[in-house]
Design a binder for this molecule. Structure first.
Ligand code: I3P
Length: 106
């Protein structure tokens, strides 16, 4: 699946806050248990990931609604096996739940 989500890097590893903590609206692509980020669909077509980032490996990742995050609605949290955590912001409940389901099954 693919589409735009807001993304915020919360933890770089266990108990280590991410240094760049701002929200970015990114074109997200979930394929083969990997999540890759692009600035937009054009950059996906060109094969140019956002800031040259490596894809996130979703195996053994945990995904859940970010109930404690109160500043935005429709936010969910992804925790990777290396302890890093990311927040994602969908435009509505339906979008959030479909990504949550997709990432949980990856
Ligand atoms: C961050 C930016 C984020 C904010 C984060 C700031 O600053 O304002 O929106 O997260 O707060 O550090 P900058 O863009 O200058 O890096 P929230 O929107 O969740 O508040 P935080 O460090 O408390 O996570």
């Amino acid at each position: 699946m693919e589409g735009y989500l807001g993304r915020k890097h919360d933890l770089e590893g266990p108990n280590k806050k991410a240094s760049n903590r701002s929200w970015n609206n990114l074109y997200c692509v979930l394929r083969n248990s990997e999540l890759t980020f692009y600035k937009d669909a054009k950059n996906l077509a060109l094969g140019v990931p956002y800031h040259g980032e490596e894809p996130l490996a979703l195996r053994h990742a945990i995904c859940e609604v970010a109930a404690s995050y109160k500043k935005k609605k429709h936010v969910f949290k992804l925790r990777l096996s290396n302890g890093s955590e990311w927040l994602f912001h969908g435009k509505d409940e339906e979008e959030m739940l479909s990504w949550l389901q997709g990432m949980s099954m990856a």
